[in-house]
Design a protein around this ligand. Structure first.
Ligand SMILES: Nc1ncnc2c1ncn2[C@@H]1O[C@H](COP(=O)(O)OP(=O)(O)OP(=O)(O)O)[C@@H](O)[C@H]1O
Length: 277
């Protein structure tokens, strides 16, 4: 339970993440403490290469901390985080499977019967606005439609939490805003916890309850946690022009800007992020 009385879904305690490359250790993030309340939408931002994906992969159980601990629902995470659904920048659609079979694939792996998974998949395909495309193959879909399929794929298993790594990064600006809006509509009232990684502060502020800022690497740490108390439901197509949005954005940007500059300085000095590996 956090200080605010909200149960804790994800907790990082003194987490340090290191990679071994070219015979040397590279510390990507160092001594990170992070608490994500159940049902909260929390984004992690920071300059390029600071370790955002590394933190997310630790919560996914894909990487093991060199020091510290990841807790999920209060229990130390061992192996894969099976309470989480995932969405990455590159969708994981299987090109030889139809939209229906791609959406139903996770249920198939869990042994759900064919008729039950087809029914659920049809329902999800309709919810993400793709009714009529059940038999289409990924190469027949636009970028936005592929993302909708990926959203259905990650939500169909009804995970407690969603781990998203720049899920809309590859989309054009308009499609991206539509998808962000739809993600919020889906999330509202779902009580699902979302940990969302993005390099785009605008996206982070628009979507989140809280934004966590990581410093320039190596050995990134958390510079600050910022509450985004914009009212919900939010219409992302309008919210970005509101004075409240601008105020929160500016406050975070003044800190993020410093970290971005450090990253550029290190890179231009030849001490690039990760260059000591
Ligand atoms: N498998 C790996 N082996 C060695 N170093 C790695 C590996 N994965 C990531 N790194 C390094 O760890 C640091 C953090 O990487 P990470 O991908 O977590 O950053 P990021 O903030 O998500 O980056 P971006 O904003 O560019 O997506 C970088 O310097 C990266 O080069």
């Amino acid at each position: 339970m956090g200080d605010d009385g909200v149960a804790t879904a994800i907790e990082l305690r003194g987490v340090t993440m290191a990679y071994r490359a070219k015979g040397a250790d590279y510390t990507a993030v160092s001594d990170v403490d992070l608490t994500v309340g159940t049902g909260r939408f929390v984004s992690v931002v920071g300059p390029t290469g600071c370790g955002k994906s590394t933190v997310l992969n630790a919560v996914a159980g894909l990487l093991t901390p060199a020091a510290g601990q990841v807790l999920v629902d209060g229990k130390p995470l061992r192996g894969l985080n099976r309470k989480a659904g995932y969405m990455f920048q590159q969708d994981g659609l299987l090109p030889w499977k139809t939209v229906l079979d791609n959406v139903a694939f996770g249920l198939q792996l869990r042994g759900v019967s064919k008729s039950e998974r087809a029914e659920l998949a049809r329902d999800w395909i309709a919810r993400v606005g793709l009714a009529g495309f059940e038999d289409a193959y990924p190469h027949q879909l636009s970028g936005g439609m592929r993302k909708r399929t990926a959203v259905a794929q990650s939500w169909i298993g009804d995970p407690e939490m969603l781990l998203m790594d720049e899920p809309f990064g590859a989309l054009d600006v308009q499609t991206r805003q539509v998808m962000e809006n739809e993600l919020l509509t889906l999330w509202t009232g779902s009580e699902k916890t979302v940990l969302f990684v993005t390099h785009d502060l605008d996206e982070a502020v628009s979507l989140s309850d809280e934004v966590v800022l990581l410093s320039a690497g190596p050995a990134s740490r958390i510079v600050g946690t910022y509450a985004v108390d914009l009212p919900r439901p939010r219409n992302l197509l309008d919210i970005r022009t509101s004075p409240e949005f601008t105020e929160i954005y500016r406050a975070i940007w003044s800190d993020l800007r410093d970290e971005v500059m450090k990253t550029y300085e290190r890179t231009s000095e030849g001490d690039a992020v990760g260059a000591d590996r």
